[in-house]
Design a protein around this ligand. Structure first.
Ligand code: CA
Length: 242
């Protein structure tokens, strides 16, 4: 990783710099035609096997978001200390905080489920703010689409609803057998219709970030997730059973 990029990620950016939109007013950008490769994941049977047998592995790299984060309900003032004291997986989602957003992270996955349910009660429907523009891919493109670079640029691939991609290393970035894989490549996501989870490690392990529709993420770096997603689930339009 480049030192300059690293320096940017250490220290919070002002939320206004992240162009966070108020709730219920996503800027829908119409994209008539978007070229991406549809990726098919594992079977439901394989998924349940992997999901049951997930290991709690320690974080290999510190988790450093550029927006404020709370851990188990307490605001985190010292992110380095949070990483040192909590080496296990963090389960997180974006929640409204005044005019902006905060990452609500938990050390227990069931607590994330409770937060997601609370969000649903508060807003009437399960709905989150979008970190970036919501891109309407049109009915011909009904998938969750992820991109190599931020702001929905670079090579794109899509996961149809209910697909579980357990190892992005299995998917070639460009389609060539000599190309890099999608492992640790993703930097933005367009998902106006679906809720989904991204995971730090393969087989749905390590840190998990859960996102409700309609919520696109134009800059995964601002929430500490650029170039580190290794598995992904498109839960479809229904919230997952936590
Ligand atoms: Ca990874």
């Amino acid at each position: 990783m480049l030192p300059a990029k690293n320096a940017l990620r250490h220290g919070y950016l002002r939320q206004s710099a992240l162009k966070i939109r108020p709730p219920n007013q996503p800027l829908i950008r119409q994209v008539a035609k978007m070229s991406y490769v549809v990726q098919r994941g594992i079977s439901e049977e394989q998924f349940h096997e992997l999901w049951r047998n997930r290991k709690v592995s320690q974080r290999k790299r510190p988790f450093i978001p550029a927006i404020p984060i709370s851990l188990d309900g307490e605001t985190v003032d010292d992110v380095e200390r949070m990483n040192a004291e909590n080496p296990g997986p963090l389960y997180m989602t974006l929640v409204p905080d005044g005019p902006g957003l905060i990452l609500a992270a938990y050390t227990v996955r069931a607590s994330l489920g409770a937060e997601v349910a609370k969000l649903g009660e508060r807003e009437g429907v399960l709905e989150q703010r979008s970190l970036g523009d919501c891109v309407d891919l049109g009915s011909a493109n009904p998938d969750l689409v992820f991109f190599e670079h931020e702001n929905l640029r670079g090579v794109a691939a899509g996961a149809p609803p209910f697909e579980k991609l357990s190892n992005l290393g299995d998917f070639s970035l460009t389609g060539s057998p000599f190309s890099d894989s999608w492992n640790d490549q993703m930097s933005s996501i367009a998902a106006c219709r679906w809720s989904y989870s991204i995971f730090e490690h393969v087989n749905f392990q390590g840190n998990e970030m859960y996102i409700n529709f309609p919520c696109s993420l134009n800059d995964l770096g601002s929430i500490g997730w650029s170039d580190r997603v290794s598995s992904i689930i498109n839960w479809g339009s229904a919230p997952p059973g936590f």
